[in-house]
Design a protein around this ligand. Sequence first.
Ligand SMILES: Cc1ncc(COP(=O)(O)O)c(C=O)c1O
Length: 307
Amino acid sequence: MALHMLQQQEKILAFGRETPIQSLQHPQLAAAGIELWVKREDLIHPAISGNKWRKLKHNLLAASKAGYRQLLSFGGAYSNHIYALAAAGKLFGFETLGFIRGEQHLPLNKRLGFVIDQGMQLHYLSRSRYRQKNNAEFLADISAQFPHAFVIPEGGSNALAIPGVLEMMQEINTQKGGFDYYMLACGSGGTTAGLLASNPSGNIVAVSVLKGGSFLKDEISLLLGEYGSNCGTTKLELMLDYHFGGYAKHKPALLDFIQQFEADFGIPTEPVYTGKMFFALFDLLSKGYFRAGSRILAIHTGGLAPC
Ligand SMILES: Cc1ncc(COP(=O)(O)O)c(C=O)c1O
């Protein structure tokens, strides 16, 4: 293997840091006799943060080992995944290509401005064409056009995303042992699949950030199958009622909650993923969903880059 590839892989392997697990104290928690902890994955890196890094890591290693110099992926104009991919490409020495849903809007928003600064080449796909992004024929076409590109699906959720999430779960086990509940936001299901594949001690409570997110259970099962895990989804509870109108939609109650949450705990969240997850957590707490005496771990999956 060429020296630059080995150096690239060493750099990928050395990236990241052990993220802290923070205890949250709140009268509502004390009254319910529940411990709440937060895994601060948002602190991994300002641009390559949270579950984005966990899902990308083994994709980047696979691309490097196979000698690819380019990474290609898909996302919306505010995608955390495209943002992290562009930064990772620059940091580890890959060219990056981002296929963006919809038409170009000028001036570019802050996220797309950032990805261009990182050297990413942008291509815009009409919404109807974008919907074909997982279709075999469409992907064959893309690979024929960009034969040197390693293709990563939207959100970075594929079988190679799972080992990175497993590493996070090992880190958690070493830091604090097992929990009764693991709570996280769910968009494409890759991170949730990784949690399940780790065969955790407790249940996974995944909050769909999409309207009509019940299909996510099948997506998660498919990903587990692709990865070769037979863990299944029996430990999964998918929460479908905290989408606030749909993906990236919000309501005043959510924005107020996010503000109050940061004031109470000093932890920033955002309205697309982690704000909805923490809102759901406190709502479920007030409804007596969690067993008294239990320990909950909420995973802060990042997503805080400027829009
Ligand atoms: C900040 C953040 N949290 C949670 C998620 C949901 O993760 P997944 O798509 O693996 O379900 C995403 C999207 O990947 C995200 O950007």
